[in-house]
Design a protein around this ligand. Structure first.
Ligand SMILES: Cc1ncc(COP(=O)(O)O)c(C=O)c1O
Length: 388
């Protein structure tokens, strides 16, 4: 073999079946080959296992899909290149022209855009409600045949809480599928509820280190199989290296999430006692309007704490600028703590009524709590509050 040929046909290294790598290797290969055309055809027809092309499937992605499906307590999963790609895939694959979707003012803005603007262009109608208003959901589902109820809980950034039992029962009664973006509460929450489809941004708690993007749709095998053809032509495939990083991040998911929740509860309690703070929104505080419900339906209270300062936009700015350990940044779920003042989070795509439901003011500040030392974080908040 001449050099140019060898360079394109490198020697193969076979690993014996009883000599496995403890950490699964990254299959950084777009293409997979079989020894014969017949075997390749059999794989295409689903008559044997295997892989052909990484946009369709890849062993590294497959491992992550199996892990996530089990974590969320469902049969199957498709991983995508970002969280919003997962939302996009779920909504587009599950809706057709003429369908009606119920969604909520408190949702992630790009998801609202997807429902209200993008799906609307393809003839999907929608109704936006407030997440705590289960009676309104019942009413709308009773009046209008509905394909999907798409929701999040706790909501971002005001941490409003959906009644999972009420919402899923109403959807089931009226023949609608439920899609829960469970990025905030995490894989270990809500698997016991009658939710049809979970979506997650893996960019947040799953990867956990703020250095990789990804998303997942998790559901029954029947639902995921029904989405597969649409997924393959969406082009939103996760890169195997990103999948590897997410799989690695997941090793510490439980430890990180637990620590972040513990820090968050301590910080919420501290802030609730500060004179500069008008109100603290945290599902773990007894003052939260749905604290009792949260205790029933969640294993923990989440890692986001939102506060209302006694003051205006200037106070929220000064506070955010003065924090040393909390970086001013969007996103959440990584190991480091972050801060977002209200002026960076105000919804612009809403009517007055919808904005009132979303309820973000200039004096609102969202804290995404990391895994740092609790006392250091509280000391930092204390020094920043004195400047407001
Ligand atoms: C609740 C929720 N869903 C989806 C997304 C989108 O995820 P990604 O940024 O990975 O596309 C985000 C991102 O902030 C989010 O907070």
């Amino acid at each position: 073999m001449k050099q140019p040929t060898r360079l394109n046909h490198p020697p193969q290294v076979d690993v014996p079946a009883d000599n496995r790598a403890l950490v699964a290797p990254i299959y950084q290969s777009v293409k997979f080959t079989f020894d014969s055309v017949e075997e390749s055809q059999r794989q295409s027809r689903g008559e044997r296992p295997g892989f052909q092309y990484s946009r369709v499937s890849n062993p590294t992605l497959r491992q992550l899909e199996l892990t996530l499906a089990e974590l969320q307590g469902r049969e199957a999963c498709l991983v995508t290149a970002s969280g919003i790609a997962a939302v996009h895939l779920a909504l587009l694959a599950l809706c057709k022209q003429g369908d009606h979707v119920v969604f909520f003012a408190e949702m992630y803005q790009p998801t609202r855009y997807l429902v209200r603007r993008l799906l609307a262009r393809y003839g999907v109608r929608s109704t936006m409600l407030s997440i705590e208003d289960t009676a309104a959901v019942e009413r709308v589902l009773g009046q209008t045949p509905t394909r999907l109820v798409v929701f999040e809980t706790p909501s971002n950034p005001m941490l409003k809480v959906a009644d999972l039992e009420g919402l899923t029962a109403a959807a089931r009664k009226h023949g609608a599928l439920t899609v829960l973006d469970n990025t905030f509460a995490g894989f270990h929450n809500f698997g016991q509820f009658d939710v049809d489809v979970f979506v997650h941004s893996l960019t947040k708690y799953a990867s956990g280190h703020g250095d990789v993007m990804g998303g997942a749709v998790i559901a029954s095998k029947a639902i995921i199989d029904g989405m597969r053809a649409d997924f393959v032509v969406s082009g939103a495939t996760l890169d195997p290296h990103a999948a590897f990083l997410i799989q690695r991040g997941l090793k510490t998911y439980s430890l990180r999430y637990e620590r972040q929740c513990r820090n968050a509860l301590a910080i919420a309690r501290f802030l609730a006692g500060c004179e500069q703070v008008a109100r603290v929104h945290y599902p773990g505080l007894e003052s939260h309007p749905r604290h009792a419900l949260v205790r029933q339906q969640m294993h923990d209270f989440g890692t986001i704490v939102t506060l209302e300062l006694r003051g205006d936009r200037e106070a929220a700015r000064k506070f955010s600028d003065a924090l040393q350990l909390f970086s001013i940044s969007a996103s959440l779920g990584s190991t480091e703590s972050l801060v977002q003042p209200g002026e960076l989070m105000r919804p612009r795509d809403m009517s007055d009524q919808e904005r009132a439901w979303a309820n973000v003011s200039d004096a609102t500040v969202r804290l995404s709590i990391g895994i740092e030392d609790e006392a250091d974080l509280i000391a930092d908040l204390q020094q920043a509050l004195t400047l407001t």
